[in-house]
Design a protein around this ligand. Structure first.
Ligand code: SAM
Length: 270
């Protein structure tokens, strides 16, 4: 199954660039916040859905310890191959596959976490029903799904600059499209989850400049790199100049560009 953006293919070098440029800055901190929000504890059997290069799975493995277990699934072969290469002690059970049709038995996991996955699923109900199936009777689910682009101003500026050049900005803006906390909570209840809560959280990350942020998206962004590669060298230069101007108010003289990300974090029990 392809992502809704229509550009799901990520090879191992792209996964490595994602891990190098966007995991330490954005996806890693969000993954850790999610695993903590889930109340993950020693001995838990945890599944990371849409694990990417494995930031949440690796962090969770330190918490659940030898008494627990961590499994992780992503449909992208490059992401899974790269994640495996980082797991020298084979602590995590990695699987390449689709979250709407998972290979796990019913009632297998105490905790499921998924950072920035749900918005990419064309069949969200199927994916959530499958998560419910593999959760144990007292299991719970924590999902992070970005808020709207106006709450994520650096990404919004890049998307707007692409649109100003008549370039399809979906790769940059689609991750922010499933952004209504009420819709998200209602969907979880419709699938049969209980004790549903959705809270909005915000985080700051710093890049040396707007240019550097765009360079990181262009080499490491799972979907944004496909949007940015539509530009030639001149186009990229002028897009960077526009974004630099738009984002001037977020530049700190010492820390660089403040990239604000805001995400809805949903928690639900079986
Ligand atoms: C934005 S990345 C986030 C990766 C990781 N959770 C993180 O925070 O670093 C979204 C991931 O979801 C995966 N994905 C999208 N649709 C999927 C599906 N149907 N089944 C499994 N993985 C999927 C993509 O391959 C990609 O690695």
């Amino acid at each position: 199954m392809a992502e809704e953006t229509g550009n799901g293919a990520i090879d191992t070098s792209a996964a490595e660039a994602f891990e190098k440029f966007l995991v330490p800055t954005i996806f890693g901190p969000w993954s850790e916040l999610m695993v903590d929000h889930a109340g993950t504890k020693e001995g838990d059997r945890l599944l990371d859905v849409g694990c990417g290069s494995g930031a949440a799975a690796r962090y969770a493995a330190q918490i659940v310890g030898k008494q627990g277990s961590v499994s992780a699934i992503d449909f992208n072969a490059g992401m899974i191959a790269y994640a495996k290469s980082k797991d020298a002690n084979a602590e995590i059970d990695w699987h390449q596959g689709d979250v709407t049709d998972m290979p796990y038995e019913d009632n297998t996991f105490d905790v499921i976490v998924g950072n920035q996955l749900l918005q990419f699923l064309p069949e969200k109900e199927d994916g959530l029903a499958e998560m419910k199936r593999v959760l144990s009777q007292d299991g719970h689910l924590t999902l992070n799904v970005y808020c709207a682009s106006h709450r994520n101003p650096a990404h919004a500026a890049v998307g707007k600059a692409l649109e100003n050049r008549n370039i399809d900005a979906k790769g940059v803006l689609h991750p922010f499209s499933y952004n209504d906390p009420v819709v998200l909570g209602d969907l979880l209840q419709k699938i049969g989850f209980h004790d549903v809560s959705v809270v909005r959280k915000q985080m700051d990350s710093y890049f040396s400049s707007a240019e550097n942020f765009i360079d990181c998206l262009a080499v490491g962004g799972p979907s944004s790199r496909h949007a940015l590669e539509q530009l030639d060298a001149e186009g990229l230069k002028s897009l960077k100049a526009e974004a630099t101007e738009t984002l001037a108010e977020f530049v700190d003289a010492e820390k660089g560009l403040r990239v604000i990300t805001a995400s809805n974090m949903a928690f639900a029990r079986i």
